[in-house]
Design a protein around this ligand. Structure first.
Ligand code: DX5
Ligand code: ZN
Length: 225
């Protein structure tokens, strides 16, 4: 399995976004996680397609865009055109999830579905063959810097076993409260795409932090150092 570290730009210094993007890339990141919030699906408001397009211009790595917005189907095209490589929408945000993820793939992008902590895995059970990634939220979405909810570990384990049984090669992303010291737990449970905002941008040396995360990921995955 491939493992990816995706720093969440939400915790970067927005006044120096281009520099922060470059610093994350030089530090060894694999993807940029971009959090889009609308003040309706979640209480907070962040950025829209014009800022994603600006991020695209200064980033060399793929953009992993996490839409925390209602009616995400209305915004698939604008975010795809802005340069998103992965578009993740929330299962709770649309009644027509299968149609929405199909649209993302039709736009030539990877499709992800996110689940809030209280949302059951059964809400993605019948569309697992239509997605590239399932995002298990390990905090209630809306803000960076919240504490990791341990109940997400059992959810990740159960999803990984369901995917294995169905012989599906789907990434499991985990987002919220992940730091170098608990990344091993989520990897041992079966996650392979790791989002970390304050756990990276809140530390003085991004390279050292990402290096430590990667060592802990490899150890938990049983890979040699
Ligand atoms: C939360 C966002 C996360 C957030 C994670 O709603 O989806 O991506 O930036 O931040 P940390 O890693 O600080 O919990
Ligand atoms: Zn996110």
């Amino acid at each position: 399995m491939e493992y990816y570290i995706a720093p969440s730009l939400l915790s970067a210094d927005f006044g120096r976004l281009a520099e922060e993007i470059r610093a994350a890339e030089e530090a060894g990141a694999d993807l940029h996680h971009v959090d889009v919030m609308d003040g309706r699906f979640v209480p907070n408001i962040t950025i829209g397609p014009p800022v994603v397009a600006a991020v695209r211009k200064c980033a060399a790595l793929p953009l992993d865009v996490h839409l925390m917005i209602v009616e995400p189907e209305r915004y698939i095209e604008p975010f795809a055109e802005a340069g998103a490589d992965i578009i993740t929408i929330h299962a709770e945000a649309t009644p027509h999830l299968q149609r929405a993820v199909s649209r993302i793939r039709e736009m030539g992008k990877k499709a992800g579905v996110a689940l809030n902590p209280s949302t059951s895995l059964s809400s993605v059970e019948w569309i697992l063959q239509d997605v590239d990634m399932v995002l298990i939220m390990s905090v209630n979405p809306g803000f960076g810097g919240q504490a990791f909810l341990p109940s997400s570990l059992g959810k990740i384990e159960l999803l990984r076993s369901q995917l294995k049984r169905a012989k599906l090669d789907v990434d499991i992303q985990v987002d919220g409260g992940i730091k170098a010291d608990n990344v091993g737990d989520v990897v041992a449970a079966g996650a392979n795409v790791i989002v970390s905002g304050s756990g990276i941008f809140g530390t003085p040396d991004y390279k050292e932090t990402i290096g430590r995360m990667r060592r802990n990921i490899r150890a938990a995955a049983g890979l040699s150092a």
